[in-house]
Design a protein around this ligand. Sequence first.
Ligand code: ADP
Ligand code: MG
Length: 284
Amino acid sequence: MAAQLIALRDGGEPGARPGAPRAAEKGHVVIDRVSIAFGKGANRHVAVANSSLEVQPGEFVCLLGPSGCGKSTLLNSVAGYVMPSHGQVTVDGVPVTRPGPDRGMVFQQYSLFPWKTVLDNVAFGPRLAGREDGEAVARTFLDMVGLSRFAKRYPGELSGGMQQRVGIARALANYPSVLLMDEPFGALDAQTRVMMQESLLAIWSEFRTTVIFVTHDIDEALFLADRVLVMSASPGRIIADLAVPLARPRQPEIATEDGFIRLKRQCLEKIRAESLRAFDQQNR
Ligand code: ADP
Ligand code: MG
């Protein structure tokens, strides 16, 4: 399966040529002094304040912060759904001005087309890009997320976890250089969530695309990421940039190791200080 995937990747990307960069060489994201405000006048609300971040190709970073701090807004500025009021986002040196297939998005709410089969959902992007082998690409990625058997089913017939795996396959089928994930496992039960995290890491270790993953769950961030960026309470700023030098591949038991617990304590301290500040603000 790995060989098949690599064959598809080397020869399969639209416009690919021999020696074209692989996914792991693309996906360099620079968020440069970005502020994002909504509304005007008295209704103006600053969601993200002066945030900078550089993500290397193939890196897995988590944006961690309390609810409402601006994580989705910052992620959406990389996706091209939201334009910064100040500053700039570039992906591989190109300023982001709109959504594009180089940036795959997976949302918390499974956003599949309910009237299309699982296979057609995943094949949608490649077909839109004019690929004649859209179905083969879709089958490869369905295989990767372990759902080949469900190709002809409809989303409504699948569990939440399975729908989210289809969502991941669908995003990857466009060969994005950056995979953007907004609390993708937030609606799943705890056991399914852990399985999804493991399966995401397995996929990432094979595909090596850059991942920016938003979560408010510290354990999830530490389990997944190479680096955790802690955001402050609203207006969101990046207040800590923690390397997570835990060995890979990671198993759930890692959460009981000393190194993990030390990192968790550091995150908790940052977030607690920030949550208290936010609570204070709301009650003033
Ligand atoms: P998070 O994802 O961290 O929970 P969000 O990025 O969704 O936070 O929201 C940050 C802040 O920006 C919130 O106060 C939210 O109400 C506000 N916000 C987000 N999107 C919009 C929008 N389209 N219009 C107005 N306000 C928004
Ligand atoms: Mg959000």
